[in-house]
Design a binder for this molecule. Structure first.
Ligand SMILES: NC(=O)c1ccc[n+]([C@@H]2O[C@H](COP(=O)([O-])OP(=O)(O)OC[C@H]3O[C@@H](n4cnc5c(N)ncnc54)[C@H](O)[C@@H]3O)[C@@H](O)[C@H]2O)c1
Length: 360
């Protein structure tokens, strides 16, 4: 009989979900449902500083062990896997604490870390401990996004030139990190050479940090393909989730173009061989379809801990998304292009760069 991995969650979320910008998305509940659905995972404990949130979560998922202090939970329960579902500013200290206490695997929420210094500390802790970190960029499992990666690798539209998207009313990190990660995923997680970005920051706050009202990032991969993400405004007019409206994402190649339409349901390919459509009946922009996103995310970790290959969400593939995200904000902060790897002055910054930008 195969063993099960004992799981714990840090940051469970409020009993009622909201998708408003700022937090309250109850992502801890998504992790709990994912764990419940996988026969190789067992949810044994949860930690949250908010006693009401913790109590409601424990009742809903029949979790008997609840803790206000996540460190006490790690000491007493010694979980194999920990889901870190708090806001970005807490990810690095919590992940490092897991690495130091012998946790085997982490399901780590995005945005990944809050600063260049935190990224360095976490990378070091991962290297030293061997802990397996899978970032919750679960959209890597969405069939239409996997199709784009496969079609690009097969050369259907030639060499990639541009990955482009606009996200109405959102930012470059809380929502935007998903699309930055998708662009990296499409392009084989290749290194990014430089990033240039600019943004409008006023008084907006959410997820425990300053947020921009509108920012645009442009970057180049080492194969000269470019990424363009408008965090704040859609590209084109009309509702992007309606049939016939502007695409959610556009990928331009030397010999064709791909449009991702109707909230990831329809992939339209105009390649050298003519026009073709690939329909994913599940679709879904938030990765809420558990069978196509959360289930393979869980299975990927189980197989990795069993000795299999790292899954597409593994640190070695997704770490670059944290770097890209932070580099965009560093570019705004400096008013200059950031060449990667960034310099030592940037590496020493230990604060959400947008926070510094917002104070100016
Ligand atoms: N992967 C995805 O598709 C996806 C979707 C939505 C949100 N998220 C990410 O999930 C994270 C959480 O967002 P949310 O909206 O679900 O949060 P939330 O507001 O619903 O819940 C956060 C919880 O963390 C708890 N918390 C705060 N400090 C803590 C501490 N020191 N120790 C233990 N618990 C603590 C809070 O009390 C709260 O219960 C964010 O980083 C967000 O970007 C990811």
């Amino acid at each position: 009989m195969e063993n099960t991995y004992r799981c714990a969650i840090i940051g469970v979320g409020a009993p009622t979900q909201t998708w408003a910008k700022g937090g309250g998305h109850q992502i801890g509940y998504s992790h709990a449902r994912m764990i419940e659905a996988d026969p190789r995972l067992e949810l044994v404990a949860a930690a949250d500083i908010h006693s009401g949130n913790l109590r409601a979560f424990q009742e809903k998922f029949s979790v008997t062990k609840g803790y206000a202090d996540y460190r006490a939970m790690l000491e007493e329960q010694k979980p194999d896997i920990v889901s870190i579902c708090t806001y970005v500013g807490l990810h690095e200290p919590m992940a490092v604490a897991c690495a130091e206490r012998g946790v085997k695997g982490i399901f780590l929420e995005k945005p990944i870390v809050h600063s260049p210094a935190a990224l360095r500390r976490l990378s070091q802790a991962i290297d030293e401990s061997g802990i397996k970190v899978a970032v919750a960029h679960v959209r890597r499992y969405i069939p239409s996004l996997r199709n784009i990666r496969d079609e690009l690798a097969a050369g259907t539209i030639g060499q990639p030139l541009l990955f482009m998207a606009g996200i109405d009313g959102w930012d470059l990190c809380e929502w935007g990190s998903h699309w930055l990660d998708a662009f990296r995923f499409f392009n084989g997680d290749r290194p990014v050479s430089w990033v240039t970005a600019q943004g409008r920051v006023r008084d907006l706050r959410g997820y425990g940090h300053a947020m921009e009202d509108h920012a645009v990032a442009c970057f180049e991969f080492d194969n000269h393909a470019r990424g363009l993400l408008d965090g704040g405004r859609r590209i084109g007019s009309g509702e992007s989730d309606c049939a016939g409206a502007p695409p959610v994402m556009t990928i331009v190649g030397t010999e064709g173009v791909m449009y991702l339409r109707e909230w990831l349901k329809k992939l339209e390919i105009l390649g050298a061989d003519g026009k073709r459509e690939v329909i994913d009946p599940a679709g879904g922009d938030r990765g809420e379809n558990r069978e196509t996103t959360w289930a393979p995310y869980a299975a990927g970790m189980v197989s990795w801990l069993d000795g299999g290959d790292p899954p597409p969400t593994a640190w070695e593939f997704t770490r670059g998304t944290a770097e890209l995200n932070l580099a965009a904000y560093l570019s705004m902060l400096r008013g200059d292009r950031i060449d990667l790897p960034w310099d030592e002055e940037a590496a020493a910054i230990d604060e959400w760069p947008l926070e510094i930008f917002a104070r100016r």
